[in-house]
Design a protein around this ligand. Structure first.
Ligand code: MN
Length: 134
């Protein structure tokens, strides 16, 4: 499943860059939006394998956008990982109960991010194992 498309919806440019760099380094293709409204349009048009969704966004927030995605049969099956500064265990439970398929706290842990993404959609096509890997 090389070059799977991941949609990043994140209004913080530093976080968006980190997510993009990590995902591209793993071999994923990345589409980006800085707001939920445009992100929903991209999701419907391109049907990504996975969405990374910031919760705090200008305009529609990530919770609302998740509900829109789950309500639309064309996007309902796409896994969505919440990305938020929230760190409390209670908040984590609320995020999962809201219907998100995973959770990444800010600041982003590259290792945890890669683990969660690959567990949901498999690797991004980065060559792994074998004699070619240093
Ligand atoms: Mn934000």
């Amino acid at each position: 499943m090389a070059n799977e498309l991941v949609l990043v919806i994140e209004d913080n440019h530093m976080n968006a860059k980190l997510l993009r760099d990590v995902l591209q380094a793993q071999g994923y293709e990345v589409a980006e939006s800085t707001n939920a409204e445009e992100g929903l349009e991209l999701a419907r048009a391109r049907l990504p394998a996975l969405i990374l969704m910031d919760i705090q966004l200008p305009g529609m927030n990530g919770d609302q956008a998740l509900r829109e995605l789950k309500r639309d049969p064309s996007t309902a099956a796409i896994p969505v990982i919440a990305v938020t500064a929230s760190v409390m265990p209670m908040e984590r439970n609320q995020i999962l109960e809201a219907g998100f398929d995973g959770f990444q706290g800010k600041p982003i842990s590259v290792k945890e991010l890669i683990n969660e993404v690959t567990s949901l959609i498999g690797g991004g096509g980065k060559p792994s194992g074998g004699a070619g890997e240093y």
